[in-house]
Design a protein around this ligand. Sequence first.
Ligand code: NAD
Length: 481
Amino acid sequence: MKEYRCFIGGEWVTARSGELFDSVDPFTAKVWARIPKCDANDVDRAVEAARRAFDSGDWPALNATQRGHLLRRLGDLIARDVDLLAATEVQDNGKLIAEMRGQVAYIPQWFYYFAGMADKVEGAVPPIDKPDMFTYTRHEPLGVVAAITPWNSPLLLLVWKMAPALAAGCTMVIKPSEFTSASTLELMRLVEEAGFPKGVVNVVTGFGQDVGEAISTHPGIDKIAFTGGELSGRRIAQQSASNFKRLTLELGGKSAQLVFPDANIENAVKGVVSGIFAATGQTCIAGSRLLVHEAIHDQFVEKFLELARSARMGDPMDMTTQVGPVTTQPQYQRVLSMIEMAKAEGATVALGGKPADRPECGDGWFVEPTVLSDVNNRMRIAQEEVFGPVLSVIKFSDDEEAYALANDTPYGLAAGVWTADMARAFTAARRLRAGMIWTNTYRAVSYMMPFGGVKNSGMGRESGQDAIYDFLETKSVWLAF
Ligand code: NAD
């Protein structure tokens, strides 16, 4: 059994309480690692270390180009250790090794991209309207940034915060999900090896209600970059108002896939299947509502069910597995109870709808890929995030109705549009209220493209050129002659 320590002030330390908690492998349902159970005292230690590193020592002495070199070195080390990092994530959250190798191998690009940006942050010299004055602006690092991350893509979602924060010159206190702390701690070995000064990056492990709350109320933290559920996001926003922390919130979704009658059906079927069943539906961008035109509804659903039925479930470490377990036991129970709720509301189970009783699923928390028909958009199943392999199918009869249905949720993270008509594609991109619109594709991400949502899906964007400015303050400087 592996026993981890947390990483504070450049040292590998136990929690002050000395306590540990279990990390469970969702495929075997067995404990595979023990993680330090930190509390508010450990958060204090980490914030002190991050504040010290921000204010004095080697980190502020580095210029932006040198910071970029460190980020590049960290990217190279991650590229070297892809197999270890990917396998750690699979063990912790049950995602497929086939997907995780590719995802972790892509992570260095965020470090390379923001490394290149570190020394291209330039202030402005406005042609000021006062003849006896000279003015300019400077962009300065915000200070100590906390990253609070969920269990579904622990490293990727951390790196979206870490790369721009460090490029900007901030220091960090990181709190991974209590369900998946291991890969973040493995990453700290690489932070150490890359040569980041002590205290620049700190990790405190533990639970949301103690470590998370201690972070959101801590006066020594200047910004929280959060990815997780809507309720936690709301709580963090309220608590962090105590010292007006800057906030980026990447929350949940109830994203729609709109399939128009002119769509290439084969491609759309594949895109909608992977949009909901990849990562066992445990992605914030899961395309969990299929809106399909009535003229092609029956044909589309038939092909969809055929493909979904053939999905291979089983050991996530097997390269041929297509659907893995649900990551946590509470989430497993929640997914099943939401299916029951949908049935009680009048939805019909067209596929799955129950725990997967297959020998290849062992003791893992598997739910059969589930398709619900006879859903209307007012049902809770069409409005609330399931975060599991559950698709609701809804018919529409014209484009206006499709946009109205797609927009009729409290969320606005993503939408998929399947059409061969480019005019319709552009119209849909304009009409859909969501942070990301994928057309004839789904789930693509890039370090160059902003990621984030509108409405209850959160605020702020990660990735892309502007992301670094979320970790900078603008200072206006005035000089009179
Ligand atoms: P969660 O909100 O339960 O936990 C996320 C993190 O917040 C964990 O580290 C947790 O310990 C911490 N936390 C919980 N309560 C807290 C509190 N009161 N104060 C401070 N921290 C607290 O979410 P989860 O179950 O780990 O992740 C699933 C959710 O994340 C889903 O809703 C999903 O849609 C969302 N998500 C969003 C994105 C995005 O980019 N928009 C990406 C992935 C996941």
